[in-house]
Design a protein around this ligand. Structure first.
Ligand code: ZN
Length: 233
């Protein structure tokens, strides 16, 4: 096992794209994993292959480190989830106080499968775009949860399984700033054009910050982060 290698959970969204750039700058060998779980915005899965192809073309130094990509079918997660992300439901707040887009167990399952693939591939760390500062407050995005999963995987796989979360304490404006620092306007442009955030899967409406309906919570967060970052430059 090399300690300078990583498996990045890359969904095709803005956050995990920034994480991928972060990992490519930090590690010698980087592979990527994504999950199909019957998400309403499954268009993100098409975005991720386009993004990866363009990243290889535009960033030769990173391309030399970027290895295989894995797309796992976790349709069973969509089958057991009654959420606004996996069903045609209105996006709002559930009785629990959490957004109806919260998919229970999602990151726990994703990280476990990522741990299994990293084990097989001999990759050192997992890297994910989980973030505590999102207003959504998903409990499986908190650092405490991530630490617990990392401990469970380290014990259950009998090998160190650190989980890096470079965006954990950044807001969306700082995530744009990070992308700019890592790959300049070329990376920012690629993230704008070829990542997907909108919960409704809208790729028809193009804004300064990328594609989306412009109204769902994910679009709102991405748009506000973009505007704050642009205003502060
Ligand atoms: Zn949207």
């Amino acid at each position: 096992m090399t300690t300078t290698s990583a498996l990045v959970l890359f969904s095709g969204g803005q956050d995990s794209a920034a994480c991928l750039g972060w990992a490519l700058q930090r590690f010698d060998q980087v592979e990527t994993i994504g999950f199909a779980y019957r998400q309403r915005h499954s268009v993100e899965l098409q975005c991720r292959s386009v993004f990866l192809a363009k990243l290889r073309d535009g960033f030769p130094d990173w391309a030399a480190k970027l290895g295989d990509d894995y797309l796992l079918d976790l349709g069973v997660l969509g089958e057991v989830s009654e959420t606004a992300l996996t069903r045609e439901q209105e996006i709002g707040f559930a009785e629990s106080g959490l957004p109806s887009t919260f998919v229970p167990g999602r990151n726990l399952v994703f990280l476990t499968f990522a741990g299994a693939v990293a084990y097989r591939r001999g990759l050192g760390a997992l890297v994910g775009g989980m973030c505590e500062t999102d207003f959504s407050g998903y409990p499986d995005c908190r650092r405490d949860t991530i630490n617990a999963v990392s401990n469970a995987l380290t014990l259950g796989l009998d090998r160190p399984t650190p989980i890096e979360t470079p965006l954990m304490y950044l807001d969306k404006a700082q995530t744009w700033e990070l992308a700019d620092k890592l790959g300049g306007s070329k990376l920012v442009d690629l993230i704008v054009e070829d990542t997907h955030t909108c919960y409704l899967g809208d790729r028809k409406h193009r804004h300064a910050w990328g594609y989306g309906c412009g109204a769902c919570p994910a679009c709102d967060l991405r748009a506000r982060g973009w505007e704050k970052w642009r205003a502060g430059r």
